[in-house]
Design a protein around this ligand. Sequence first.
Ligand SMILES: Nc1ncnc2c1ncn2[C@@H]1O[C@H](COP(=O)(O)OP(=O)(O)O)[C@@H](O)[C@H]1O
Ligand SMILES: [Mg+2]
Length: 257
Amino acid sequence: MKLAIAGKGGAGKTSISGTLARLMARRGRRVLAIDNDLNPNLSLTLGIPAARITGLPTFPAEIVRRNQDGVYELAMSLEEICDTCSVPAPDGVSLLVAAEPREAATGCMGSMHMAVRGVIAAAPGGDDDVCIVDLEASTEHLLVATAEHADAMYAVAEPYGTSLESGRRVAVLARDLGLPRVGLIANKVRGERDVATVAAYAERHGIELVGAVPHDECFHHAERALRAPLDHAPDAPAMRAIDDLAARLVAGGRLRV
Ligand SMILES: Nc1ncnc2c1ncn2[C@@H]1O[C@H](COP(=O)(O)OP(=O)(O)O)[C@@H](O)[C@H]1O
Ligand SMILES: [Mg+2]
């Protein structure tokens, strides 16, 4: 299963991706988590110790090449890429951080998107494997088709106008890209009324609502302690909600909440 997590900045993509990756690993899946944000923070929500999150390895420049048709393709096997730059995270998750720019004014990062696109395509697609990609807030990844080879794209959205609207834009473009499954994950919901707001919005726009995660102070407490929410508050309501989503995703059945 290859999942891409998108949505507005601050909606909770990284918090949910990191937690979901580990909870799917605890359910017996081999999980490859990819940080596709140029401002990468997935390592912390995955539970990599704070002392180690600075200067993690990133994709080498030679990871992609242009073939004779001018199309970008991976120049290394997934195994070589993982040997070169994957970082072990708790629960057996492997993390790949695509890029962390260290110099200003060095140009755009199109090749990073092409590399992530290639890695998603190369990742194993069977039931025992999960590849989960934490995307950037911008919808540029949809224009350059970074997650074209994912099985599903879920937009994390808070229960208010611009966040939902950002989720809708993601859903429209993800469908246009041909992704088989597109949905919304409601996050930071404060009660049934918020869930109903997101559900009504999703229904109005014909988008599947696949999960709802409550607003939970555990995220802020964990961040202050520089720890993963799952380590800091494993029994918090939000962790249980993400575990419920993990269970339904690995079961592969009906997702709609
Ligand atoms: N369910 C939640 N309840 C409360 N705060 C949350 C929740 N999910 C995420 N947050 C907080 O919201 C902020 C943005 O989350 P983050 O995962 O970094 O978003 P994104 O990756 O979409 O930019 C962080 O401070 C995080 O701790
Ligand atoms: Mg993020």
